[in-house]
Structures are given as C-alpha cells and as structure tokens.
Design a protein around this ligand. Structure first.
Ligand SMILES: Cc1cc2nc3c(=O)[nH]c(=O)nc-3n(C[C@H](O)[C@H](O)[C@H](O)COP(=O)(O)OP(=O)(O)OC[C@H]3O[C@@H](n4cnc5c(N)ncnc54)[C@H](O)[C@@H]3O)c2cc1C
Length: 805
C-alpha cells in the first residue's frame, strides 16, 4: 500500500466503488480505496438489486436516473456484466389519495424528462398477469425500473476505477483516522499507515464506527430487511418476457422475477433497528436469522395480491441489514466541523442512488461544488439535535413509511417534541397544531377551541383552511404575533467582521442601525442563502436565515472564516422572541416601550436595542408577512416575560397568534420567495429576482462575483414568475409542470392560497420569451390542467408604501 494519497476512500461496497470510479472519471488518479475484507462485504452483497427513479426530491430522482443509465457505460468500459434487466416497474394505487400521489409524481416527471405513465387496472393485468388488481384504482408505470447483479455491478465500478489508476487494497481494516495540523489525515490500517489529503467515509454498515474514529457522529442507523426468493413457478416459467417489478404500497412489498421464480421483499411496520450499540467488526458475509413472524401479515396480503405465491416453494430467505438516515436519503458531502473529511454514507438504495452519490461527491471534492442542488442528501441538512436515539426513532419511522403516501402538509410524529422554546406551553394551551424543523417545534396554526389539534394530511385544502384564513385576516386587519425562533441566527463580530461579511455576502453590508437583505452565492454564482444582515453596533452583526440550514451555513461560514479578527457564533437557540405584524403593530410596540418607535425614529429596515417592559430586546423593523411589522429578539430566558408583556398590551388591539401556515399564505401576497423553494443552489440571482439585492458594483470581491457579473452580461433564459391559478380545492405545491401551447415550458417552485386576496397563487419558472403580463398558461395539479395567468404587481401593498410608512 502507498504511504500517501490525494484521496483515500474507506469501504468497498457499491458506494465506495462508485466514488472511486467517479473521482477517476473526473481526472483524479491518486486514489486509494481501503476495504476491510473483500469488495461487497457490507450491505451490498445482500441486496435484491432492484433499481428505480422515484424519489420525492426531483434532484434525487434525476441522480437516480443518472445511476440507472450509467450501468451500460460501466459494462462497455470494463466488459464486466452488471446483469441488467430493464423490465419496467408498476406502483399500484389502491386509494384515491395514493392515486393523487402518483399523479403528482407523474406531473413532476414531465419536466424532468422521465417517461412514466399512469395505467389502468386492465393495463396492469396485461403487463403483470400474476397481479390480482381487485381494489386497485390504477398504477404508475416506469419503464426505467429494473434489477441487476449487485456483486457484478460493484466489481464493474471497481474495475473501471482501477483501469483509470485507482488502487484498491483488500483485507485491510482501517483502525484509526487522525487529523493532522496541515488538514490531511493519518489513516492507520492493519497493513500500515497512509496519509490522505482528503478522506471519504463510505463504510456503509460501519459508517458510524468509522465516523467515531474521527470524533463525529453520523446520523444513520441500520435496519433489518427481509426478502425471499421462490422456486420456479409455472406462470412465470411459461412466459416469453420477463415480468415487470410490482410495488404494492398497501401490502408494503416489492416483487420481481428472478430466474423462473419470484423475489418479494417487505417494508413491514413491525420492523427492527439492527446493531443499536454498533456494528460488530467481525460481521461479514453472513445473514441474520430469518423472522417470518415479523412479516406474517405482509405475506398474507402478498398471497392475495399475487395468488401464485401461495403455492410456490420458498427457495431462500434473506434477512440483512442496511443503513438509513432519519429521512431516508443519503448523507453526502463535507462533514461540518472537520477539514477534508467527506461522507458517502446512509445510502439505502445503493443500486438506484450509488452512481449519483459518487458523481456528486466527486464533483464536490474536485470542483468545489456539485453541479446541482443536493441539499436533500447533504450531510449538513442535519445538526447536533440528531442524537443516536433520535436517529433510531426517525429511521424506524422512515422505514415504516417507505410505502406511505407523503402529503405536502404532513408532519411526522416520531421523536417529537425534541427542541421547544418557553412559548411552547403557551401555544399548546391555545390548541396549537405543531410542525417541526431541524428538531425544533413551531406552530403551524391554532385549531378552533372545539377541534382536535390535528391537521388532516391532504393534497387538497385541509381542515385547517378556514382557521388559517382567520389568522391571516388578524394580521392584515389588526396585529398578529408569532415566534421568530425558527430562524437560524448568527452573531458575527470583531474588527474583521465587516470585511468578512462583505466577502461572503453578495449584497451591501449595512451601516450601524440598519439591516439589508443579502443573498449568499457559491463561486459559480448560485444562491446558497438568503440572509438578513443587521449591524447592531460597530462591528457587531446579527445575521439571520433559515433555521433548517444551520449546519449548512455554519460549514460555509467556517470555511471562509479568517484566522483572527472575526468571532462567529450560532445563537439560533439563545436569541429568540416574537414577531408582531399588522396595521396595529406599531401602536402595540409603542405601548410596551418608552423608546420612540415612530417611523422617523425606527424606519423600515432598521435595527435597535430597546427595553420592552422589563426586557432588553433587539428590534428589527422588517416582516416576512409583508405587513408593517417588527421582529423582537430577547435572550431565551426572557421569552415568556416578553409574551406576557405583548399579550396584555395587545388584547384590545385584536392581537392574535398566527402560525407558519398563515405566514406562508401572507408571503404569497407579496410574491416573497423562500429558501429551498425559490432560492436554492439550482437557481441564480438573475433568474429569481434576487439580483436587486446583489451589489454588483461593490468594491469587495464577494464570493460568486465573477459568475454573477458574467450572468448579468450574458443574461438568463428563464425567470421566476407569479401566477394566479384558477384552482378549486387543490393549490399548486411544488414541481407541478407549467404548460403552454400543449408543451411543458416550466414548473412550479411553490404555491398556496392567499387568504388575503382569496386567490390561489403559484410561483414558477418560465422561459424568458414567454414572460409577459397576463400570459395564460396551464398548471397541471394532481393530473388536471388548471388555467393560470402571470401577473407582476404584488397583491398587497404593491409599491411598499404602507410597509415603509
Ligand atoms: C436485504 C437487503 C436488500 C436490499 N435490496 C436492495 C435493492 O433491491 N436495491 C438497492 O438499491 N439496494 C438494496 N439494498 C440496500 C443496498 O444493499 C445498500 O444501499 C448498499 O449496499 C449500500 O452500500 P455501501 O457501499 O454504502 O455500504 P456497504 O455495502 O455496507 O459497504 C461498506 C464497506 O465498507 C467496508 N468497511 C467498513 N469499515 C471499514 C474499515 N474500518 N476499514 C475498511 N473497510 C471498511 C465494509 O467491509 C464494506 O465492504 C438492500 C439491502 C439489504 C440488506
């Protein structure tokens, strides 16, 4: 084994092998993969080998499509067969809700160029005569689905990488990984020590243990998973063509042909986390004890759905472990807090996702950023709140929900509540319905006193609709109050703070007492944050953005932090408080402070420190509701007192608490985009209108400046637009295709119902040549074409006169 390498990858499963293949494909030759045993010695050898493109995240789905298309290329390069069977796959719908779900997936596929289609029970029987379609309403057919040989495919990746210079060292456990002062890693193995400039953890079943060698916890957990293969079955044997895969969500099973028999696997409710206290180092090519009792109900269901199974002999039963992150997507990218340490772990569908994971990681390591938004699999989408027990509970929930319908308004219950603020009890006593983000509870809306505090998951307008409308009207007509705890908040201070912010933010850094809206760009000019930056006193800044992006943003901040002169702290949980917004907000604030809160003294986009009642507070005059409003921040321990002060003073002004659902409706009135919907690394400032906050002419060479200037020079081909939609009971959510003249020309980024204007609104991209006031388009919502037209003046306070007044 060499003693030095540019990149060392730990783990020779399908993911590690894909990583080295892609690194070499992008030109890195000095790559060493170290494997404890033989290639495929973790989850990989157990796999049923199925692959599919379906994923709720469009970029994940695109990467799955990339993975599937890659196999032919690998076969051609290496001559090693992957035993590909492109037989297509059918996902059954047994309820109207499931059909809606599949319709929305189908719609999403249209602008991704995926050729899925909805088929009838009769067509299902034609494609898969062994399927009993009783109770089935329809299905989604995906011609790309299929299966392969897991071992052959892993070796094809490995061989292709070796052909381009990668070295693979087998039977050599990594024992230690020690950081060195120059940022490289000392990797101690049984066969000696190698220095790695960059280190990749692709240790699959042992990723937790390998992570611990570097002092980190990666939030993933293995689950047991069972499938069985039958002996030959006459109805299969006699067919000329291979049967397609059938995913039966109601029965929580997937089925495919194997030889002249069938393979069927289950994602059962009664599932088992495996190796809770860690994966044994001597676990190898062995199976876990089968446990047919656990899948008894699922098997009974399967016998009804596929009657041929009832008389088939079982040839083999496989029970093997594989790993999941809390949301089921992989953990990929630079690990926050460490230098030159990368994760390629928690890949639960290695044969659908392995290629995309390898490509993404290689691009990130070599080019500095992936070629598309990969937040859905970024290791930094989770934070410190993900403890091992939290992860285990969420992973179990995710496994159980593998075949569940995911509704846009759904909140998942496992491991909650975790993080709460002092206001949690106050809201709970007011019949609040909670959601959570990044482990923190927030109010979605307040159910009427007589109602159960529960929003029924739905693709259509939910039971919360009327109440949300009342909350919106309280803000627009009087004054509303909600929490500002679910912003990510950072204090950046010191002699070098201004220059540091001037470098990492694309907008102007505000003077003392002022705040500015500030995009943060990647070197390629993509949007990686939409911040509010406020200068509280000379060299002391409060910077706020999405709560869910804390680890993501901290990783970036730390990457560019100078060695001295700047202090950076994440104060998201320490500095919390409330927002008050609406025409009576100013009057309310005036009642609780001796400070002058007139517009002259506290104008729009100002920040000041004042006393409110007995509390010292930081007040920003800005509001995402688009109304006249104030964000009031206090230390964590003053929040309950602040609430009492505002609540008592606001009673006769009609003060009413409102939740995130109302907030998301209010922002529609102003055409305000939001993080990970309109603003994300797939988009640029000029495409989204954020260019108005980019200080192209500022002296500082901010990150992404060259790319932003080049974009300005060249122009863009699409633009973010706002549409009024003639929706009846289902509003656009995201990814719905936008049609014009019988063609898909764009897609929705987000949408909803404006309770203020009583209109259904959607934001989405259109090619520039179609952007025109009043442009008529159609938006495909749940399989129906709904007419819509483009408009540009916001529905509420279009000239911002009231906001600034
Ligand atoms: C029963 C079952 C059925 C499945 N069916 C499918 C399917 O149909 N389709 C699909 O896409 N996926 C399926 N999967 C999931 C699939 O197997 C995984 O997604 C995939 O194998 C993950 O690969 P990996 O490379 O991340 O991890 P692993 O396969 O676990 O590989 C990790 C490697 O790292 C090595 N390693 C660990 N620690 C060290 C160390 N200290 N030093 C050196 N080497 C080390 C291990 O020996 C191992 O070879 C199934 C899994 C199971 C269990």
């Amino acid at each position: 084994m060499k003693t030095h390498a540019q990149i060392v990858v730990i783990g020779g499963g399908v993911v590690g092998c894909s990583v080295i293949y892609h690194l070499t494909k992008l030109g890195i030759r000095d790559v060493v993969l170290i494997e404890r045993s033989e290639l495929t010695s973790g989850s990989t050898w157990h796999a049923a080998g199925g692959f599919h493109t379906l994923n709720a995240d469009t970029n994940m789905a695109a990467l799955q499509g990339y993975t599937i298309r890659l196999y032919r290329e690998l076969e051609e390069i290496t001559g090693q067969s992957c035993s590909l069977h492109h037989v297509g796959g059918i996902t059954l719908a047994e309820s109207p809700e499931r059909l809606d779900f599949l319709k929305s997936a189908r719609a999403m596929h249209r602008h991704m160029g995926l050729d899925t289609e909805l088929i009838t029970p009769e067509e299902i029987r034609k494609l898969s005569p062994i399927t009993n379609t009783e109770g089935v309403l329809g299905a989604l057919y995906d011609p790309l689905d299929g299966h392969l040989d897991p071992s052959g495919t892993t070796h094809a990746y490995a061989r292709a990488a070796q052909m381009q210079g990668a070295e693979i060292v087998l039977r050599n456990p990594v024992l230690e990984t020690n950081p060195r002062t120059d940022g490289s890693w000392e990797v101690v193995t049984e066969q000696g020590t190698i220095i790695a400039e960059q280190l990749v953890n692709a240790a699959g079943l042992w990723a937790r243990e390998v992570g611990a060698m570097a002092g980190i916890y990666l939030p993933l957990h293995p689950m047991e998973h069972q499938y069985f293969a039958t002996a030959d079955i006459a109805e299969v044997h006699d067919r000329a063509d291979e049967l397609p895969h059938v995913m039966d969500p109601e029965g929580e099973s997937y089925l495919r042909q194997e030889g002249k028999g069938l393979v069927i696997g289950f994602y059962e409710q009664n599932c088992e986390p495996w190796a809770v206290d860690g994966t044994r180092w001597d676990f190898g090519h062995e199976l876990l004890d089968e446990n047919l009792d656990r899948i008894g109900d699922s098997m009974e269901f399967a016998f009804r759905r596929f009657p041929v199974l009832a008389d088939a002999g079982i040839k083999t039963i496989i029970n093997g472990p594989f790993t999941f992150a809390p949301d089921g997507n992989p953990l990929v990218g630079p690990v926050p807090g460490l230098r030159n340490y990368w994760s390629a772990c928690a890949v639960m569908a290695g044969f659908s996702q392995g290629g995309g994971v390898g490509l993404t990681l290689a691009e990130w390591m070599i080019e500095g950023e992936p070629s598309r938004d990969v937040f859905a699999m970024d290791v930094a989408r989770f934070g410190d709140y993900c403890t091992p027990s939290y992860t285990r509970l969420k992973v179990r929930e995710n496994y159980q929900r593998r075949f569940s319908v995911s509704y846009p308004n759904e909140e998942l219950p496992a491991a909650r509540p975790l993080d709460t603020t002092p206001a949690y009890g106050i809201w709970k006593s007011q019949n609040a319905v909670f959601g959570d983000m990044y482990g923190m509870e927030h109010v979605n809306y307040f159910a009427a006193a007589a109602e159960e505090p529960y929003e029924i998951p739905s693709f259509r307008r939910s039971n919360a609709f009327d109440t949300i409308g009342e909350e919106v009207r309280a803000v627009r007509e009087n004054v509303g109050i909600n929490e500002v705890h679910n912003f990510g908040k950072y204090e950046i201070s010191g002699a070098g703070a201004f220059d540091y912010l001037d470098r990492i933010m694309a907008g102007r850094i505000p003077a003392v007492g002022r705040l500015s809206l500030n995009p943060m760009l990647s070197p390629k000019g993509r949007i990686i944050g939409d911040f509010t930056v406020a200068q509280l006193s000379i060299g002391v800044f409060q910077v706020t953005a999405s709560y869910g992006a804390q680890a993501y943003h901290m990783r970036w901040f730390e990457q560019y932090l100078p060695e001295s002169g700047v202090r950076l702290s994440n104060i998201s949980k320490q500095r919390i408080g409330f927002q008050i917004a609406g025409p009576k907000a100013q009057e309310l604030l005036a009642r609780v402070t001796r400070a002058d809160v007139s517009t002259a003294a506290m104008p729009f986009l100002s920040i000041s420190e004042i006393d409110i009642g007995q509390c010292r507070a930081i007040v920003q005059r800005v509001s995402y509701t688009g109304d006249r409003g104030y964000e009031i921040y206090v230390p964590w321990h003053n929040q309950a007192a602040l609430y009492d002060i505002l609540n008592s003073a606001g009673k006769d002004l009609g003060l009413r608490p409102f939740g995130m659902r109302a907030m998301m409706s209010l922002r529609l009135d102003k055409s305000f985009g939001s993080w990970m919907r309109e603003f994300k690394p797939d988009y640029t400032p000029l495409e989204t209108g954020l260019d108005r906050f980019v200080a192209y002419d500022k002296a500082a060479d901010f990150i992404g400046k060259a790319a932003a200037l080049a974009e300005k020079e060249q122009g863009v081909s699409r633009s973010l637009c706002t549409f009024e939609v003639d929706a009846k009971d289902a509003d656009a959510v995201a990814w719905e295709p936008i049609w014009h003249d019988g063609e898909v020309v764009g897609y929705v980024t987000s949408g909803g119902y404006s309770h203020y204007a009583k209109k259904s609104i959607a934001f989405g991209f259109l090619p520039l040549d179609l952007v025109e006031e009043g442009r008529q388009v159609e938006i495909e919502i749940l399989g129906e074409m709904v007419s819509a037209h483009l408009y540009s003046a916001p529905l509420f306070d279009p000239k911002n006169e009231y906001l600034r007044g």
